[in-house]
Write a protein that binds this ligand. Structure first.
Ligand code: GCU
Length: 437
């Protein structure tokens, strides 16, 4: 689907969900459904971290891939084909804007694939000495909407932010849905990389599925075929690998940022790939941070029907459980969050975005807590959804309003980054117990 149609379609689906979005409020108290989550088995004793990292964690990764995201490639490489400076003094001199051309290559058990040349736009801050933490961004907006700069003139970007489509998206999903506050981010000492995930696996049930089937032809098409959320997650890790090799970037501070479908992908990236040092997952919802069992908001049945390319076909096994009709599954999304421990995760939510089920995301964070405790990390240290602790490794953010990226969101994202990835330190030991001992 061309991107301008995708915008319109997104706006229409958001508006058609208005009854739920505007009439319902997320419950701020998580205790009502406290037991509705399968136990997370965490090893104990002196070898507990070793047992978790060498056995329990890989086993959980395998089970989540088989059941929900599809089997990941066994191997991946990223080649940087070109780095071109577009503007050495972009955004009023706040940073250098570059266009990188990458080729990513992956291997499945019996098949290999390569992306062909794909673009990443990179901004390196000027105001502080590096190496800089960097925020990797995937979004449904074209790169020239995300970085509003005269050098961003890709003719394939048919939904420029100045046009009607950008205006609709901004009206429905907030002023910052396409365009982050680039100058503030650079001034705070953070680099930015905008990934064109659409050129890798298009967000389209026909073209996306065709690409996924082609790439993952050795996976079982009826159960474990790669889904786009898994593929975009894998792509975050491939881009992380490229930016880590650049001496201007702090290889210990690579943060995957995503909103909604890309928040799901950002969580997947961190859960399965060590290249990701932290995550900002804003309104990730179903298939992201929100628990699957007996869930309010978007059902597993609904997400599979509307987005057949996002998950492995096996995710359909969760349909009855998500409707509250089947037995409680023995896997759920708190396990995805547990795989990220002890790295910092920001879970963004809005009170009236019940579609994304903030309460289920909070309970998932609680369920992941034992994995953070294993590393001696704080994890989640609040009892209700509206208590924001940016310095906690599981930082839960709930603002008023609905689905989208609005005025209050970026300051909260930045507070989390300042706490865990200070722009002047090479390594943030407080948040990386295992790496810093
Ligand atoms: C739809 C979809 C969500 C998704 C969202 C988005 O609302 O149902 O699962 O997170 O689109 O990506 O904006």
């Amino acid at each position: 689907m061309p991107r301008h149609l995708l915008f319109i379609w997104l706006a229409m689906s958001a508006l058609s969900g208005c009854v739920e979005i505007t009439a319902a409020w997320a419950d701020l108290d998580p205790s009502g459904k406290e037991t509705a989550r399968p136990p997370l088995a965490i090893p104990s004793g002196p070898q507990a971290v070793h047992a978790w990292e060498s056995e329990s964690r890989p086993d959980l990764q395998r089970r989540l891939q088989e059941a929900i995201y599809g089997i990941m490639p066994s191997n991946g490489q990223t080649a940087v084909l070109e780095k071109r400076v577009l503007d050495a003094a972009a955004f009023s001199g706040a940073g250098t804007l570059e266009k990188w051309t990458l080729n990513v290559r992956g291997e499945f058990a019996e098949a290999a694939f390569s992306s062909g040349p794909m673009q990443v736009h990179v901004l390196i801050p000027h105001n502080r000495p590096g190496p800089h933490p960097i925020i990797l961004i995937q979004s449904f907006c074209p790169a020239r909407s995300t970085l509003q700069h005269p050098a961003m003139t890709d003719p394939d970007d048919d939904a420029g932010s100045g046009g009607i489509f950008g205006a609709i998206a901004t009206y429905v999903f907030g002023r910052f849905i396409c365009t982050p506050p680039v100058e503030d981010i650079l001034a705070s000492g953070y680099g930015i990389a905008i990934i064109d995930q659409y050129a890798f696996v298009p967000d389209d049930s026909t073209a996306g599925l065709a690409t996924l089937r082609e790439f993952a032809k050795s996976n079982d098409e009826t159960k474990t075929r790669w889904g786009a959320i898994g593929a975009w997650g894998w792509l975050y890790a491939r881009v992380a690998e490229a930016v880590e090799r650049d001496p201007r970037i702090n290889a210990d501070a690579v943060i995957a940022w995503g909103h909604s479908r890309y928040a799901k992908a950002a969580l997947v990236a961190a859960a399965f790939f060590p290249q990701i040092d932290g995550v900002i997952a804003h309104q990730s919802g179903t298939g992201g941070a929100s628990l699957n069992w007996n869930k309010p908001g978007e059902s597993v049945r609904g997400i599979i029907k509307n987005y057949p390319h996002w998950f492995a076909p096996g995710y359909a096994d969760f349909i009855d459980a998500s409707d509250g009709k089947g037995p409680r599954p023995d896997l759920d999304q708190h396990m995805l969050l547990a795989l990220i421990a002890p790295r910092p995760v920001f879970l963004g939510n809005a009170r009236r975005d019940v579609w994304s089920d903030p309460n289920g995301a909070f309970r998932a964070a609680k369920g992941a807590q034992p994995a953070y405790a294993l590393y001696g990390a704080t994890g989640l240290n609040v009892g209700r959804l509206n208590e924001f602790e940016p310095a906690a490794e599981l930082a839960f953010w709930l603002r008023p309003g609905t689905h989208g990226v609005v005025e209050e969101d970026w300051p909260a994202f930045l507070q989390f980054l300042y706490a865990h990835f200070p722009a002047t330190n090479r390594k943030s030991c407080a948040s990386k117990a295992s790496k810093c001992q």
